[in-house]
Ligand binder design. Structure first.
Ligand SMILES: [Zn+2]
Length: 198
């Protein structure tokens, strides 16, 4: 348990960075409660044991044991992870609500800075996402949303994307609008059900 202190510092530093990012997007509460389950015994002690510093301890746990209990515990309790919304029985995966989708972006930027330290560049977030993305977790809308946001982050910088105006507009364009377009308005549905020979 040599890394209890180092891991605690890492978690708190990460939470602090996420908090700052979330505040820039107007999500004060999400920033405050972000990743609280990392302090639960199931997550904390496994991650302290597999502390790596330059990458997530979950990776080391997986290499050693083939799975990470901390991750299984974490993804089931934290709505900012797309895996939380995954149901293998669904034909199409659910949309992540706006506030959690944004918390995820704040999380990834903070994690990039934590692990890359001085050589962090905004394009690291896009590269990491593209390298590790598992498409089964995403419906087309959520996939397009993240691709757009991380591409804009890489090309136009953090200030451009980390604000309420940009994120609301992008979520609307990529997620809300395509979904609305697909579902016909309620009145239309009723009309088509009326017998035509009236
Ligand atoms: Zn998390």
């Amino acid at each position: 348990m040599a890394h209890v202190f180092k891991h605690l510092v890492l978690v708190l530093k990460h939470k602090h960075k996420v908090f700052i990012n979330c505040c820039k997007c107007g999500l004060f509460w999400r920033g405050l409660v972000h990743d609280m389950s990392k302090l639960s015994p199931t997550e904390f002690f496994e991650s302290a044991k597999y502390y790596a510093g330059k990458h997530s301890p979950i990776t080391n746990a997986r290499i050693d044991k083939g799975y990470s209990r901390a991750w299984l515990h974490h993804k089931g309790r934290n709505k900012h992870h797309i895996e939380y919304w995954y149901d293998s029985q669904n034909k199409e995966q659910a949309d992540m609500p706006y506030k959690y989708a944004v918390e995820n972006i704040c999380d990834r930027i903070a994690a990039g800075k934590t692990y890359h330290k001085l050589d962090y560049m905004p394009k690291n977030v896009l590269n990491y996402w593209q390298r590790t993305v598992e498409p089964q977790y995403y419906n087309e809308r959520m996939y397009n949303f993240y691709l757009k946001v991380f591409t804009d982050l890489a090309e136009k910088g953090e200030k451009y994307i980390l604000n309420k105006k940009y994120l609301k507009a992008t979520y609307y364009e990529c997620v809300t609008k395509p979904k609305q377009r697909r579902l016909p308005p309620a009145e239309k549905q009723i009309q088509t059900e009326l017998p035509t020979d009236l």
